[in-house]
Design a protein around this ligand. Structure first.
Ligand SMILES: [Zn+2]
Length: 445
């Protein structure tokens, strides 16, 4: 699976993260269904935008892109996005790009323009436009576009290799193709095929990548290899903010860091951005973020409640029926093109129905463990609950007491261990010693 990664010229915004979270959900679901996934996500660290950005900051390109690469990795960690297996950087794959361009030239798909750059002749590739459904018959052949991003109406021969111009400053490579730098599109063709082979299963990105980026990736790769490039293309729709396209000039542009700085919880952000079907436009609102926070809390409280079940009558098979029902509904919905909306609806039905049984004290310890086990399997996909009992951050003084008690227990100093337990209880922290070690939770108010 290849997913177009960030162009590391700025902090990623929530529209970018909608794409990365949809891809994370897809990957987690495939893994849950038993597929072995190899995930490659590129880092675009040389293109029109990164060069412009580094010049504006008067910084060497590498220093500039390293800064935003580090920020990107911090952000995906905050959102609990599973790491890709490989994060190839464009600047570390120039030889692979040069080799691919040479093949395209040898096969007659690429030519050198009078500006010294090398262009892809879209008229030579009859399938050009098959992904984005543009009509190439109307295109003027030989017209050229040198910038990385352009609109469908401007579909023309595009740059594979850009001959150095003074505006590029010190960003260039001396290669067999001359002094210059790669175009953006060739980067993804070269890096995806290097790590995944000439034909691979899944390629993802946002709908804004369909044209020209993915259209051009297909043209480059299939012309070079004569083989089908990708079996399944999955594209997520746009994100709107309060009903409008997100743009700095509208004052509705948010990076993840903007939201975290406003005090929003990363789990709620993850939940919200993942909870709409990827092929639907998603309208981000702060009201939605508040209710996402509530939804995550409900799930966490539910898991904690299951964990706390001690005794309780047996439900006479009701819990088992609900577990089987949720397993089937959640799985069936996710199998149906990642229908997360229906999957989540079935999850909250389950929470409500089990909560009713818990209220009636009709859930045995074993049944609670079965329900909790399913919740954990589902959270391997959703990634918002986490280890409820142990991972919630403890204040440092309480944490120190827990550690001190552990040491006392190891030293078999039961008296001190019990004294600390009592002290913690007075602070509202309840400890439980399990086979997996000590667990704690806040006493219910
Ligand atoms: Zn790409």
């Amino acid at each position: 699976m290849y997913t177009c990664g960030p162009t590391v010229y700025d902090y990623a915004h929530i529209g970018n993260f909608r794409a990365f979270l949809f891809e994370d959900l897809l990957k987690r679901w495939l893994i849950q269904r038993g597929f072995k996934v190899t995930h490659v996500m590129n880092l675009t660290d040389v293109d029109d935008k990164t060069i412009k950005g580094s010049q504006k900051q008067q910084m060497p390109l590498k220093q500039f892109t390293d800064f935003y690469t580090k920020a990107f990795f911090e952000d995906i960690k905050a959102l609990n996005i599973q790491s890709a297996d490989i994060y190839p950087r464009a600047t570390e794959h120039i030889p692979e790009m040069v080799a691919l361009i040479k093949t395209l030239m040898a096969k007659g798909y690429a030519y050198r323009g009078e500006d010294g750059s090398i262009y892809y002749a879209i008229s030579k590739f009859p399938d050009y436009g098959k992904l984005s459904k543009i009509k190439t018959a109307e295109l003027k052949t030989g017209a050229r576009v040198s910038q990385d991003e352009y609109a469908k109406e401007e579909a023309q021969d595009f740059a594979l290799w850009k001959a150095w111009v003074p505006e590029d400053g010190d960003v260039y490579w001396e290669t067999e193709l001359g002094k210059g730098r790669p175009g953006w599109h060739i980067e993804c063709s070269a890096m995806s095929m290097k790590y995944l082979g000439e034909t691979f299963d899944i390629h993802c990105g946002g709908v804004d990548n369909i044209f020209p980026h993915h259209e051009n990736e297909i043209a480059q790769s299939e012309a070079a290899t004569g083989k089908k490039f990708v079996d399944y293309w999955l594209h997520n729709e746009f994100l709107l903010v309060e009903g409008k396209r997100m743009a700095k000039r509208f004052g509705n542009f948010f990076t993840l860091r903007d939201l975290l700085a406003k005090g929003y919880d990363s789990n709620a952000i993850r939940y919200l951005l993942s909870s709409t079907h990827y092929r639907q436009q998603f309208n981000f609102t702060f009201e939605g973020l508040e209710s996402a926070k509530g939804a995550v809390e409900r799930l966490r409280n539910f898991v904690r409640r299951l964990h706390d079940v001690d005794g309780g009558k047996d439900s006479k098979g009701k819990v088992a029926t609900l577990v089987a029902k949720l397993e089937a509904c959640f799985g069936g919905s996710m199998d149906n093109d990642l229908d997360i909306g229906t999957a989540l609806a079935s999850l909250f039905d389950f929470v409500r129905e089990i909560n009713n049984l818990l209220d009636a004290n009709e859930v045995s310890k074993q049944e609670a463990a079965d329900a909790g086990g399913l919740m954990m399997r589902i959270d391997e996909v959703l990634g918002v609950i986490g280890k409820v009992e142990v991972e919630e951050a403890l204040p440092a003084d309480i944490n120190a007491l827990v550690q001190k008690r552990e040491e006392a227990r190891e030293a078999k100093n039961w008296k001190e261990a019990d004294a600390i337990r009592t002290q913690l209880k007075q602070m509202g922290i309840v400890l439980e010693d399990t086979a997996q070690g000590v667990r704690w939770h806040k006493e219910k108010a």
